[in-house]
Every structure is written in structure tokens, then in C-alpha cells.
Design a protein around this ligand. Sequence first.
Ligand code: DGT
Ligand code: MG
Ligand code: MG
Ligand code: MG
Ligand code: MG
Length: 257
Amino acid sequence: MNSKYQYVREFETVDKALPNTWLVVRIDGRGFHRFSQEHDFAKPNDRPAIELMNRCAVEVMKDIKDIIIAYGQSDEYSFVFPKSCNLYSRRASKIASTIASLFAANYAMRWHEYFPTVKLKYPACFDSRVVCYPSDQNMRDYLSWRQVDCHINNLYNTTFWAIVHSGKTETAAEEELRGTFSKDKHEILFTNHNINYNTIEEIYKKGSVIIRQKTKVTTISPNTGQPVERIKLVPTPLYVDIIGQEFWDEHPELLTK
Ligand code: DGT
Ligand code: MG
Ligand code: MG
Ligand code: MG
Ligand code: MG
């Protein structure tokens, strides 16, 4: 029905993402510095918090089938859509807002599964943006950028909290780490705190990569009542390097979509 008010539609600005480019949606927790303190997250890494983030990302991928790979670390997750994607006619604000709200709703809904004894004090909120990357290399460099960020922060945080847990103040730990390079932090960890960084779990060092893995699933046939085995593509978190060539050689389908 056309009313005299219809014209206001014309005020909606076009925000279509450039065609034929990779789309990356990155969501990031709002004020998670405070959120992690209020909910007593372990330092430097809280395992249930990471697993809840991963669960939310898996649920987003189950719902939004266009996403081919996702990468998460800290309070952020990046979702990658192929160049051919035409979700919401590539309208950036529709895509960004849908992903963020789906993620946040899952975060609240599934919180108690991961924190059965911690009351959620207030809802977690996530910002969201869409970035277009024209070439495969640009998209891979984007993911490498996030994974390098994960590595740098994790090495710093692991060393920082090892120093603090050994009895020094946070100011002293900061002081000790000022101007240090990666190899110095490895050395401090090993010599002073008896921690070999290489033995720290991959989920913390690499972050989480979610791809659709061929998985055997058993369902009960509605016709026969008998179990049937099928191969399904299931979004599955992996804790692997995505910077080197090996990962992309192992999953050639990611770049040919
Ligand atoms: P923003 O994103 O500008 O609204 O502000 P924040 O506070 O979310 O800052 P951001 O996103 O740069 O940093 C993420 C914060 O979340 C950072 O303070 C560390 C915290 N965080 C993330 N994962 C963990 C965790 O596993 N354990 C602890 N203790 N803190 C975490
Ligand atoms: Mg920030
Ligand atoms: Mg944040
Ligand atoms: Mg962040
Ligand atoms: Mg509607």
C-alpha cells in the first residue's frame, strides 16, 4: 500500500558492499575489559569464555550458510563471506547487524552452559563492521593480521601474568616487559617462571579457526525408525596456523568459492 508517507523510504542510503570482493564481518565485545573483570575471567585466558565465543560463532555459521570460515581470539570474531556472496544483496548494515545480534543473543542464551556457577550480571554487547577485500591475498592477509595479533597479545599476557602470579605488582611486571622482544619474553617465561611457551595450548597461541568439516552424523530415519549415517558439513573449531600456505593447501575449497 502506498501512503503519503512512503517517500521517507528514499532517505535510506545505499550501503552495498563492493561486488565481487571478499566480505569480512568482524564483531568485537563492547567494553570487555570491564566485562571480563565483572565476570571474573581467568587471566590471561579464560577457557569457558573462549569456548562460549566459539559456540556462538558455530551457531552463527549454522544459521548463516554463506560464511565459509571464521576466526576468533580475545573478545572478537571475524566471519568471511566469499566474493560470490549475495546475502541481503550485500547491504553492509544488514549483514553486520544480523551477525552481531545473532552472536550476542547466543552469548546470553548459552552463557549458563559454559558458566554454570557464574551469574551473567549484564548482557554482553558486540559492535560489528563489514570490510571488503578485493584479492584472495588481501583476505588471507587480513586473517594473518588477526592471528599475529593473537600471538603477540598472548605472548605478552602470558608473560605479564606469570610475573604477577610470581608475586610482583602489575606495575613491576609492566616495567620488566617494557621494550622486550618476543625472544626476551620466551626467555623470561622459561628461565624465571619455568614455562616453555611452545607447550602452551594451541587454542591460546593460535586462536580459533572455524571451517565446515565433513563429519559423520547419525540420525533416526522418520520412515524406518532406524539410525542412518550421513556425511554432513559441520562448523568445527580448529586451533591451527592460517598464516602459512599449508592450511590453504589442505582446504582448497575455501579459495574456490
Ligand atoms: P572496546 O572493544 O573498545 O569496547 O573495549 P574492550 O574493553 O572490549 O577492549 P578490547 O576489545 O580492545 O580488548 C578486549 C578485552 O577483553 C581486554 O581487556 C582483555 C579482555 N579479555 C578477552 N578475553 C579474555 C580472557 O580470556 N580473559 C581475561 N581475563 N580477559 C579477556
Ligand atoms: Mg577496542
Ligand atoms: Mg572489545
Ligand atoms: Mg577486542
Ligand atoms: Mg522485517
